[in-house]
Write a protein that binds this ligand. Structure first.
Ligand code: MN
Length: 512
């Protein structure tokens, strides 16, 4: 149900997954080997676990998967690829480091509380989730090994009927082992003791901002005191996360598909004067009812001049008939997110000034999309966007015809104060450790989101543009051939399409 579309990306990594799943033990391209039998099939307990299992949630997850759509082999390969990166990095640090025993520590997130003892919905640390597939708080993953940290130890909260009465079932050691295929699983209380026993000489751990302050303090900090400064881990994990496998792209396709449908139905609801809160609720509802777990972030639902506040999330004003609304929203679908923006007139009819500004942004957005190919960087697309926006501003008469090229770029930066896009994946602003100056590679996912924002107080521009703000944002996967794969393509974008969806509400309202 949850993976409808196959995709055409078959990079090296995916080739490895395919080879491994048919029993090949060595990946030729990255020097990664997985010992035969390292993933012994274990019987998943039939009771409720701390996350969906094939027994309790057969509508979501298949046998052999750790999380919906992602197999034990895929998670195993991620850990092996990290081990290879560490091995390579250690080589560069010198012989004493490369021959030492490496210990890698990744902590989960803790439960966070809204008030006193009322928890927020739990959200896992994506780096930990990426390597383990474990969705419970208070957990940890340790990788270790001489020369190459390819042995995994998982730590999960122990079964506790008293706590489970309140918080729900836990996977326990047997459940976590069977679900993930990791053989060595301990209770989280044992983390400190196990770490001390490993006697690692090179630690790989991000100590500056621990993802789980309590586990850091009680289990990891004592180990850090006795050793040398740990090596940074996050940039390595992010470089792996940046390239999506075919299974990940399939999850992102579904995430984009769900939110695009939500846009269609939200547009259909906005006729004449409408409360931003109503569009917010409709968008949230349509994402969830089509299978999303929840919204990926607080959406921006900004009517009229409020579109010029980039992070407007109050979403509590009345949008007047004749005004546009800018909706920046997306959903999370089993760990993978969408991030889409559309701007449309709530009554379905663009005024001439709205249409002029909208077409200008759309033209730039299309040009930027056409640049999304391997070898081009996000920064390069950004620079192109600024040059194109500058030209549009001149054509619209927002800046003078005599403006120099340098001043056109300045104006573009003023009327579009944000970047053209960012990496996308498990997180909305995914893999922030990755520079936007690096060349895009097949399997990378990014957003393309140019905009023009004209404040109503700005008396330097023609009156008809004042108070208008337009952004158009699509989600894109970089492909080897055939141009970019646009995950959000079903969200109406041309003036003609927006017109159809926002004036034919009666047709769509009756359908879920
Ligand atoms: Mn975005």
């Amino acid at each position: 149900r949850f993976i409808k579309q196959s995709n055409k990306i078959l990079g090296f990594f995916n080739l490895c997954v395919v080879l491994l799943s048919v029993g090949c033990v060595r990946c030729p391209c990255r020097n990664i080997s997985v010992k035969p039998g390292s993933l012994k099939p274990r019987t998943v307990p039939t009771r409720y676990l701390g996350q969906p299992s094939p027994f309790t949630h057969p509508h979501l997850i298949k046998h052999g998967e750790v999380t919906p759509g992602l197999s034990q082999t895929e998670y195993e390969l991620r850990r092996h690829r990290l081990a290879s990166l560490i091995e390579a990095q250690a080589d560069r640090l010198g012989p004493s480091v490369s021959s030492s025993t490496h210990v890698v520590i990744v902590l989960s997130h803790p439960t966070r509380y809204m008030t006193n003892d009322i928890p927020y919905p739990f959200h896992q640390n994506q780096d930990f989730l990426y390597l383990s597939g474990i969705l419970e708080p208070d957990s940890a993953l340790v990788l270790y090994g001489k020369g190459r940290p390819d042995q995994a130890i998982l730590f999960v909260p122990r079964r506790d009927p008293g706590r489970e009465l309140w918080d729900g079932p836990r996977s326990g050691k047997d459940g976590a082992a069977a679900l993930t295929g990791i053989e060595r699983v301990h209770s989280t209380e044992e983390l400190g003791v196990v770490l001390k026993s490993l006697k690692g000489t090179t630690l790989w751990y991000d100590s500056s901002q621990p993802t789980h302050p309590r586990l850091h303090q009680s289990h990891v900090a004592p180990v850090l005191e006795t050793g040398s400064m740990p090596q940074s881990l996050r940039p390595l994990i992010h470089s792996l996360r940046a390239i999506k496998s075919s299974a990940e792209v399939a999850l992102m396709q579904e995430s984009g598909h769900i939110s695009a449908q939500a846009f269609r139905r939200t547009m259909a609801l906005s006729r004449g004067e409408v409360d931003e809160a109503v569009l917010f609720a409709k968008f949230d509802f349509e994402n969830r009812i089509h299978g999303a777990n929840f919204l990926a972030y607080p959406p921006v639902v900004a009517g009229g001049n409020r579109a010029n506040t980039l992070h407007y999330i109050n979403n509590n004003q009345i949008i007047k008939d004749g005004e546009m609304v800018l909706l920046d929203g997306g959903c999370e679908y089993f760990g993978y997110v969408s991030d889409i923006t559309r701007t449309w007139p709530v009554n379905g009819k663009f005024t001439p000034a709205q249409a002029e500004l909208y077409e200008a942004v759309l033209e730039v957005q299309r040009s930027c999309l056409s640049l999304c190919s391997p070898g081009v960087s996000l920064d390069h697309i950004y620079n192109t966007m600024l040059a194109l926006l500058g030209r549009q501003l001149r054509q619209l008469g927002i800046v003078k015809a005599s403006t120099s090229d340098a001043d056109l770029l300045k104006a573009a930066r003023r009327y579009c104060p944000h970047h053209v896009g960012h990496y996308l994946g498990m997180d909305v602003h995914d893999t922030p450790e990755l520079s936007r100056s690096q060349p895009l590679q097949p399997g990378m996912a990014i957003t393309i989101e140019p905009g023009l924002y004209i404040c109503e107080e700005n008396d330097q521009v023609p009156k008809r543009f004042r108070g208008l703000g337009v952004r158009i944002e699509d989600d894109v996967v970089i492909q080897d051939k055939g141009g970019p794969l646009i995950l959000s393509r079903e969200a109406p974008k041309t003036i003609a399409d927006v017109d159809i969806f926002s004036t034919s509400g009666f047709f769509f309202l009756g359908f879920s």
